[in-house]
Write a protein that binds this ligand. Structure first.
Ligand code: PLP
Length: 357
């Protein structure tokens, strides 16, 4: 069976080395030695100002919205994983969708200003598939209208834009370290901010609001990651360069062998050093997608429809029309992409696709 992704696992002995430290420390959570070590190593690797590693990639979205969204209207993208919209609703804010650019697949920044009202408090946009939003224009709009900017950067691990980590843009960026993501800790995630004050607020927010053992800054929640999860991250970090270069080879092979006259690929924004996190292909119609998917499934190959449905069509959200996002959502498939996907397997996937376009 070939799936859209396959979780990278480090050699068990290397994970065990970190587990031994957990046993020696007798310390399993509440920001132990391994969590601190992981934060330090990621801070260096990613070259970011501040990082807090969390228990998943959704909690930091919720905390960011709690701190910056203020129960207002949040301008957001309809083309993302459901967590982006769900976090907005969960935090008692109102999602206001702005359609996407049909090639970059990120929020169409030229349409943001039309969606701003006196209730708008923030923009929450996704660097979808690791492709940067137009961060410069979004920054200008946010300053002009006094809005906060949160990036769902769940796919953007290691991406740089204009030679700076993509996590350094916006007021807060969040990432996911879920087992299906490029870099993972089983379950896990992180928040990033350049702002020391926001870092402080986020820090106590993810630890029940604690100000020492007996006092509290404000209301908080539990966003802490365990030592066992941090151990996984530490054991994987040395393999990251290799993981990225192996994924790059898979993507090069797809690019060279798929019939690109009949498939649209993701257009990367200029000045981006990408992370090879996903391989989305956009077919001419949903009919072609379903045919290709069916044939792949017949051969035990299971790509995923990332992202369907367009989030403006969720049952718990007020209905709106987002023609570009709905059109792409119906036609996009993410192809298998992981370390260890063989040339033989790639040839099978590619021949099935090319024969059914
Ligand atoms: C994976 C993902 C999340 C959620 O991350 P979890 O770690 O699974 O909570 C949020 N947004 C996007 C775009 C994602 O792909």
């Amino acid at each position: 069976m070939i799936t859209v992704t396959k979780t990278f696992l480090p050699p068990l002995e290397e994970y065990n080395k970190y587990l031994r430290r957990v046993w020696e420390n007798q310390w399993l959570t509440n920001r132990g030695e391994l969590v601190i070590a992981l934060e330090q190593k990621l801070k260096e690797y990613l070259n970011v100002s501040n990082i807090i590693v969390t228990n998943n990639g959704t909690i930091p979205l919720q905390i960011a919205l709690k701190l910056l969204g203020n129960r207002g209207e949040i301008i957001t993208t309809p083309f993302s994983y459901v967590a982006t919209s769900a976090a907005i609703v969960w935090e008692n804010c109102t999602p206001v969708f702005v359609d996407i650019h049909p090639e970059y697949l990120t929020i169409d920044e030229t349409k943001i200003e039309d969606a701003i009202t006196d209730k708008t408090t923030a923009i929450l946009a996704t660097h979808v598939f690791g492709n940067p939003c137009n961060v410069e224009i979004i920054e200008i709009i946010a300053q002009k209208h006094n809005l906060k900017v949160i990036y769902d950067a769940a796919h953007a691990f290691g991406v740089t834009y204009k030679e700076k980590s993509l996590f350094e843009y916006g007021d807060i960026s969040t990432c996911s370290f879920h087992a299906t993501k490029l870099f993972h800790t089983g379950e896990g995630g992180a928040m990033f901010t350049k702002d020391a004050n926001l870092y402080h607020k986020f820090f106590y927010s993810h630890n029940f609001g604690h100000n020492g053992a007996l006092a509290f800054h404000d209301v908080g929640i539990n966003g802490k990651i365990s030592e066992l999860n941090a151990a996984m991250g530490l054991a994987i970090l040395p393999y990251l360069e290799n993981i990225i270069s192996e994924r790059r080879k898979v993507i090069d092979y797809y690019n060279q062998n798929l019939n690109l006259n009949k498939i649209q690929l993701l257009k990367l924004r200029a000045d981006t050093q990408w992370n090879y996190s996903y391989y989305p292909v956009i077919f001419k119609s949903e009919e072609v997608l379903l045919k290709v998917e069916g044939k792949l499934n017949d051969n035990q190959i299971f790509p995923r429809r990332y992202f369907y449905p367009s989030l403006n069509k969720l049952s718990y959200i007020k209905d709106s029309e987002m023609p570009q996002s709905e059109s792409v959502s119906c036609r996009v498939l993410c192809l298998p992409l992981y370390v260890g996907l063989s040339v033989q397997e790639l040839q099978l996937i590619i021949s099935i696709i090319n024969e059914n376009l």
